[in-house]
Design a protein around this ligand. Structure first.
Ligand code: NDP
Ligand code: MG
Length: 385
């Protein structure tokens, strides 16, 4: 059990609901929840967790929820800016950021600027603004605990040596539902098949990213900033079973790995109980049940990984362009407007149209994000039929 007070931003999402489950099991006091528009689930969460505050990004939905929960003691916070401000002001020990996409960036900066510990699931914060995020954390002496499963694993593995003793990070990747397919074969895969992830049950957008391997590309950039390692020191390994969540290889060629059953509640629990380890919410691992295999990724079949590596290497604003174009392309794919390989074509076109420049401000990132999204939806400019 824990007596920690926590806030959960993105509480209605795939990660957010699992984090709330973990909080419930450990008896953590949930003082603040936030989401964008899912008022049905927010109402249930208010009645179950009795938070002091609940923020709703969408103003109209906030008004609607306020009426529905009038009989409770929870105060409704209205709008995205107030959501970010409250994340900084609320009295708590830990803030989870499980908001999806670029909208996770401002809450991340707001929490860190208040000096609070941030349990970070929103990988886009690091992809878009890793340097600004790290600078803010350092200035305010705030700690970041990674909740992305691979990064939670790396965080644990890095405790076995000094930073200058690290040879490589081995970032594992399930390979998604289309492992072994060629680029040609991927041309005609359906949305339904794309949504059948072999090992993880996640939100829609990240499930598509796991099938194209864009997710692993974003995770390379996330790892570079979280752990301050250069791009060259991160190697992706396909590991179909999702048991080894990532590894760190040291100078003496010893490799330290973190293993557990694939369940997003585990990284949520690790952040909650850190620096202690308490009895788990997840099942025990039985290593006699399955072989553990490792393969090289096939970048000719999954060019999103190579494109993300290019953006990681160049740095600057290109990771933002990659992320924005991919989010727009995945949105079109989910609405069946474009095919699976078009996600790559759209993203590649946007990245190649973007003149790189160093990242100096959040305003610049938001502007680049908007321009790249607009371009991604413009079929004349990207040449997608
Ligand atoms: P979901 O789409 O399932 O949930 C997104 C959450 O963010 C919802 O609560 C949504 O609210 C909220 N949200 C979106 N936009 C806003 C906004 N403008 N203001 C406030 N809240 C907002 O996403 P996931 O849970 O899958 O992913 C969340 C993050 O975690 C992503 O960055 C993802 O990359 C990362 N991640 C996810 C993993 C997974 O297993 N799913 C694994 C590792 C990392 P509402 O429901 O009201 O729209
Ligand atoms: Mg991950």
């Amino acid at each position: 059990m824990t007596d920690k007070k926590v806030a959960v931003l993105g509480s209605t999402g795939s990660v957010g609901t699992q984090v709330l489950d973990v909080c419930g099991r450990f008896g953590a006091r949930v003082v603040y929840i936030a989401a964008n528009s899912n008022t049905d689930l927010l109402e249930q969460q208010i009645r179950r967790h009795k938070p002091l505050y609940c923020a709703v990004g969408d103003d109209n939905k906030a008004n609607e929820l306020e009426i529905r929960v009038k009989d409770t003691d929870t105060k409704i916070i209205k709008g995205y800016k107030a959501l970010c401000d409250t994340a900084a002001e609320v009295d708590c020990d830990l803030v989870y950021n499980a908001v999806s996409g670029k909208n996770g960036l401002l809450p991340t900066l707001s929490v860190l600027a208040s000096g609070k510990t941030l349990a970070l699931a929103n990988k886009e914060s690091m992809v878009l603004a890793g340097e600004i995020v790290n600078k803010t954390a350092k200035e305010h002496n705030a700690e970041i605990l990674p909740v992305d499963s691979e990064h939670c694993a790396i965080f644990q593995c890095l405790k076995n040596g000094r930073a200058d003793e690290v040879k490589r990070i081995l970032l594992t990747c399930s390979g998604g539902p289309f492992f072994g397919y060629s680029f040609e074969k991927l041309e005609n895969v359906s949305l339904e098949d794309t949504m059948k992830h072999p090992t993880w049950n996640m939100g829609k957008k990240i499930t598509v990213d796991s099938a194209t391997l864009a997710n692993k590309g974003l995770e390379i950039i996330e790892a570079m900033h979280l752990f301050r390692v250069p791009y060259e020191k991160i190697k992706v390994l396909i590991h179909r079973q999702s048991i080894v969540h990532s590894m760190v290889e040291y100078n003496d060629n010893s490799v330290i790995a973190q293993l557990s059953v694939p369940d997003m509640r585990y990284p949520g629990q690790y952040a909650l109980t850190y620096p202690e380890r308490l009895e788990g919410v997840i099942n025990e691992l039985d290593l006699t049940k399955m072989p553990l295999t490792f393969d090289e990724p096939d970048e000719s079949a999954f060019p999103m990984l190579a494109l993300a590596r290019h953006c990681a290497k160049q740095g600057g604003i290109l990771p933002c362009a990659f992320n924005a174009a991919n989010e727009a392309a995945v949105d079109m794919f989910l609405r069946k407007k474009i095919g699976f390989n078009d996600i790559y074509r759209v993203t590649e076109s946007v990245v190649s149209h973007t003149a790189n420049e160093p990242v100096k401000s959040v305003e610049q990132i938001i502007s680049c994000d908007g321009i790249c999204r607009k371009l991604a939806y413009d079929k004349e400019k990207t040449g997608i039929k």
